[in-house]
Design a protein around this ligand. Structure first.
Ligand code: ADP
Ligand code: MG
Length: 396
């Protein structure tokens, strides 16, 4: 279903309440923001709204896990300051998020932009309490959700509120719906899915959802070794989920029935110890000697994967192909990342670590879409309904 976007409605003179994801990492001692990517990501939607002369723009977010208690170290003061600097517009920061005093403070604020206090200081937020949601809704004419990272949670500020005032998506959410939603629902074919990362169990839902639409399934990273084991290949001490071997077998059979070509590693970079290797070698073939651990795909596999991906029109990538955090084991992830940006395919990146890998290799601008949600992007790729999106108004 198509959801109404902030672009579809008049804003002039209206009070807008917008859920953003300002859940930024803070330095434990100084409480300084150590990474402001999430605040920067919200700027286009904020600027879009401000250009259309709203009466007020009320922003709300959670920060950390205060579990329904006021935690001084999780107040939004540093966030408001950083937002103010980036926006070059004054921002009023309030010391709570609901109630008559807050309403009065919003009405009397000289600033057009107001930031409410951490929503999770109230346990009603995560409980999706009806009265709390109504109180949030009563502060504005229109609700905008631009927080994809929490769209898989039915909380008062992400789901409950949408039942009481007109509710639309923000520009960030629009992009997630466009690519993780629509493009994966009806992909341009050939459609290739690259899966990696640490565990089969984390990704099986994604495989199951996409198997019917996929032409090629490329599997690397830690999860590949459970699949190789399922085919009887010796994997040494590489990552293995013993209780998922049968599931891997079934998945390979299902893929065959559905005519999906599954591409697994044919060689590997192996070490005797991940943190302090005394041996670092490339295998000749698919099997891994006893005691050795695969930490990256090998050179033959890199070429094989490129061949499998070169004609794709849509590529969805979730999960690094090796332990890329270590530069010595990053080559496979980097080369395949580089390669897909040279194809004509729409490239869609999901998963927190895959997004970090793409950033580490400077490929951010070259991908079509990099999802900003970790857990939310995984659930979306699994084909699940995200409550924060489902609750928004449908397009007429
Ligand atoms: P995402 O967050 O993108 O969904 P995951 O969380 O599933 O990705 O997996 C990321 C992790 O997988 C990385 O920390 C990486 O080091 C690890 N990984 C990749 N390849 C291997 C491997 N061969 N052995 C063990 N871990 C691996
Ligand atoms: Mg991860």
């Amino acid at each position: 279903m198509n959801k109404k976007s902030i672009k579809d409605i008049p804003i002039k003179g209206k009070s807008i309440i917008m859920r953003v994801d300002f859940n930024v990492p803070l330095d434990k001692k100084t409480l300084a923001i150590t990474d402001d990517t999430r605040i920067k990501a919200a700027l286009p939607t904020i600027e879009y709204i401000l250009k259309k002369s709203p009466k007020k723009l009320i922003l709300m977010t959670h920060l950390g896990r205060p579990d329904g208690q006021i935690k001084e170290e999780l107040r939004l003061g540093p966030v408001a300051n950083r937002l103010q600097e980036l926006l070059k517009t004054p921002v009023t920061k309030l010391n709570d998020c609901v109630g008559d005093n807050i309403k009065a403070a919003i009405a009397s604020s000289k600033d057009q932009v107001v930031l409410l206090e951490n929503l999770r200081f109230h346990s009603e937020e995560e409980e999706n309490d009806v009265n709390f949601a109504k109180k949030l809704a009563s502060m504005a004419d229109i609700y905008v959700n631009d927080a994809f990272g929490t769209a898989h949670r039915a909380h008062a500020s992400t789901e409950g509120i949408a039942h009481y005032i007109p509710s639309v998506s923000g520009l960030l959410l629009d992009k997630e719906i466009e690519y993780l939603g629509k493009s994966l629902e009806t992909p341009q074919k050939p459609f290739a899915v690259i899966l990696g990362g640490s565990k089969v169990s984390d990704k099986i839902g994604v495989i199951e959802n996409l198997l019917d639409k996929t032409n090629t399934l490329v599997i690397g990273g830690g999860m590949a070794y459970t699949f190789l084991k399922a085919q009887g290949v010796p994997i040494g001490n590489s990552k293995l989920e013993k209780d998922k071997i049968d599931l891997a077998k079934e998945t390979l059979e299902k893929a065959k029935e559905k005519n999906v070509s599954v591409v697994l590693p044919v060689d590997h970079l192996i070490v005797d110890n991940i943190d302090a290797p005394t041996r670092l070698e490339t295998t000749n073939g698919q099997s891994i000697p006893d005691g050795m651990i695969a930490v990256d795909i090998g050179p033959k596999t890199i070429e094989l994967f490129k061949k499998a991906l070169k004609d794709a029109k849509t590529i969805c990538w979730n999960g690094p192909l090796g332990i890329f955090e270590n530069d010595k084991y990053a080559k496979g992830t980097k080369e395949i990342g580089d390669f897909i940006t040279t194809t004509r395919a729409v490239t869609i990146i999901g998963g927190g670590d895959t997004a970090s890998a793409v950033a580490k290799f400077g490929l951010e601008k070259k991908m079509t879409h990099i999802s900003t949600g970790g857990g939310a992007s995984l659930e979306y790729m699994e084909g699940k309904v995200l409550p924060g999106i489902a609750a928004l108004n449908d397009k007429e």
